[in-house]
Design a protein around this ligand. Structure first.
Ligand code: ZN
Length: 432
């Protein structure tokens, strides 16, 4: 009798009901995750946080593995880079749907009106560092997957959840390390959802690229009272900035990508000057009276999918070479710091389509397809893992990430869990 009732009911509706019943559990899980102060750098509390996730999913029939990214940046005895991967194979042939969340959070910073790790619930929201980016998303994906495991109809295929480290510092001890070792590869995983905070009604299909470089201008030291005897590296850097402003920035602003990047200002190529430093270090409040012989500037160039990385670098080098020709005494060095190529999944691919359909059903509105202005771990899954069917979808509000009094709305947690569960279900059934 009971079985017949279940079989006749709409399975998606059943799934939603199950998630609604677990609303409080979802809130408590989010809070429990926030209470691990997994601040990166340095990478605190990674092991207990990973083990908490592993223990929970282990009890639900998942095979749990911990991967220590030994020797990656920041890894030492006090701050081991511990990742957790939990996998549950149904036994029936089907694809593998993977939810990947980073467990690290950024520093708390100033301006909090409450304890960032107390996970306070107030006015329909959970507050705390990581609530939005992205422990709320991780909790929603765990509840979604558990509901799928518990739902009446047995589903084919494999469900996988990972909690990975170091996303906020480039992912080298996390998804980068795992992708290099085959954890994210075709044959093992088919579809990936990353519950980053990109708003509950949006499907994020990719991100712009990045190039960081250090430019150093060189001068000649002399006594500050006789600057005409030296050659000031800071003034040379000023000339570099003038050229960037005059020649490069207008060209970048004129380039517009077909990627649906939000906010719209980020639909253009951009350049930021991250830092600039010239001259002697300040001792007892004052620098030495010297003409600086070195000035260093770090630039952050965000790259569109239509641009080519070699061309992006050549543009800056050409500008510096022009200064060598035009400006007396101009000499420079340039050093690559790191680069990430832009990435964009197919918006008509299975994971984007099934997530979009689930948003329509759960929220009753058209989903928005977007790209992120900054990067996240999709770059490693795509470029190293060669898994193209990957999107970001999660409950947090993008603008709230990394801010004081960071929060996630409980309604968004529940709705995103429903979207993730419904999307995964249709992917497992091959219906997307
Ligand atoms: Zn994040």
């Amino acid at each position: 009798m009971h079985l017949e009732l279940n079989m006749s009911a709409d399975p998606t509706q059943q799934l939603f009901q199950m998630i609604d019943e677990r609303r409080d559990e979802l809130v408590e899980l989010t809070r429990a995750l926030i209470r691990f102060p997994s601040v990166n750098p340095p990478g605190d509390a990674y092991r207990p946080c990973a083990e908490f996730i592993g223990r929970r999913l282990g009890k639900r029939g998942f095979a749990v593995e911990y991967v220590h990214a030994a020797g990656t940046p920041g890894d030492d005895e006090r701050h081991p880079r511990i990742n957790v991967i939990a996998r549950r194979e149904s036994g029936a042939h089907g694809p593998c749907v993977h939810f990947n969340s980073h467990i690290d959070v950024v520093q708390t910073g100033a301006g909090w009106t409450m304890d960032p790790f107390a996970a306070i619930v107030k006015d329909g929201m959970v507050y705390g560092r990581g609530a939005c980016d992205m422990k709320g998303g991780l909790a929603a994906s765990i509840i979604a997957v558990e509901a799928l495991v518990d739902c009446a109809a047995r589903l084919p295929g494999t469900l996988e959840i990972s909690g990975t480290v170091d996303e906020e510092t480039g992912g080298y001890g996390g998804v980068h390390y795992l992708a290099q070792r085959g954890w994210f590869s075709p044959g093992r995983v088919d579809h990936v959802i990353i519950p980053e905070p990109l708003n509950v009604g949006r499907v994020c299909i990719g991100h712009r690229g990045v190039w960081w470089a250090e430019i150093e201008t060189l001068g000649r030291m002399s006594h500050g009272s006789m600057p005409f005897l030296g050659d000031c590296a800071v003034r040379h850097m000023n000339a570099v900035i003038e050229r960037l402003e005059r020649d490069l920035c207008p060209r970048l602003a004129a380039r517009r990508t077909a990627m649906p990047v939000v906010p719209s200002g980020a639909r253009h190529a951009t350049l930021n000057i991250n830092s600039i430093h010239g001259g002697a270090e300040e001792q007892s409040g004052y620098p030495a009276p010297c003409v600086p012989d070195s000035c260093r500037m770090i630039i952050d160039r965000r790259v569109l999918i239509e641009e080519d990385m070699d061309g992006v670098k050549a543009e800056v080098r050409d500008l510096l070479e022009q200064l060598v020709n035009d400006r007396a005494g101009f000499a420079y060095r340039i050093r690559d710091i790191f680069e990430v190529l832009p990435t964009m999944a197919d918006r008509n691919g299975p994971v984007a389509r099934s997530t979009a359909a689930a948003i329509r059903r759960v929220l009753g509105r058209e989903p928005e397809f977007i790209c992120s202005p900054g990067t996240y771990d999709q770059k490693h899954i795509d470029r190293i893992g060669k898994l193209r069917d990957c999107i970001a979808y999660g409950p947090g509000i993008l603008d709230v990430a990394h801010q004081p009094d960071e929060f996630v709305r409980i309604d968004d947690l529940v709705n995103s869990a429903k979207v993730m569960a419904m999307a995964a279900r249709s992917l497992l059934l091959g219906a997307a």
